[in-house]
Write a protein that binds this ligand. Structure first.
Ligand SMILES: CC(C)(COP(=O)(O)OP(=O)(O)OC[C@H]1O[C@@H](n2cnc3c(N)ncnc32)[C@H](O)[C@@H]1OP(=O)(O)O)[C@@H](O)C(=O)NCCC(=O)NCCS
Length: 143
């Protein structure tokens, strides 16, 4: 079942995150500890919106989002989401996205924004769930 995330879920979310983003594919040395710290920063933000998927008292997937004010509009930004690798492809990610879509609709938000890698399989997952490439936005980088 999907439920609202609690502070006590963060370590389990960190564990899931470190397994869902292995160094071989993403080049970042995530551990349960550093991922928990990273995710905690989102959790502690004022307009944080987060859900977990739980089964038999075990958290298996999580989504971290933030509500942002844009003038009189508000939008939801999905910062992170991850499902335990052995449970991916079973519809848990879709249910987590549904939870934030419901939140957006119930609160009259203008839309949902997310950034993902062009080269990661997750973009196909988001497209299947109704997300489209934004035509007006580009991502720039300085090094
Ligand atoms: C992306 C992710 C959150 C999706 O959650 P999920 O529970 O696996 O997704 P669902 O089961 O609801 O949907 C799976 C569908 O998305 C597609 N998909 C895209 N990326 C996928 C992936 N890495 N694993 C499984 N399915 C993926 C599949 O084609 C599948 O469609 P199908 O059911 O028609 O075969 C999860 O796979 C994950 O944690 N991946 C690694 C971390 C990641 O990429 N996070 C998002 C970064 S922005």
């Amino acid at each position: 079942m999907i439920r609202i995330m609690k502070h006590s879920d963060l370590t389990q979310c960190g564990m899931i995150y470190s397994k869902a983003f292995p160094i071989e594919h993403w080049g970042i040395d995530w551990t349960t500890e550093n991922a928990t710290e990273y995710l905690k920063d989102f959790f502690e933000q004022k307009r944080f919106v987060g859900y977990v998927y739980e089964e038999n008292n075990e958290v298996i997937g999580c989504i971290f989002a933030l509500c942002k004010i844009s003038g009189s509009r508000q939008e939801l930004y999905i910062n992170e989401m991850a499902v335990l690798p052995e449970r991916q492809g079973c519809g848990i990610g879709r249910q987590l996205l549904e939870a934030v879509k419901d939140y957006s609709k119930d609160n009259g938000l203008a839309g949902i924004v997310l950034y993902t890698s062009r080269y990661a399989p997750a973009s196909a997952f988001y497209e299947k769930n109704g997300f489209k490439l934004s035509d007006g936005t580009i991502c720039m980088y300085f090094q």
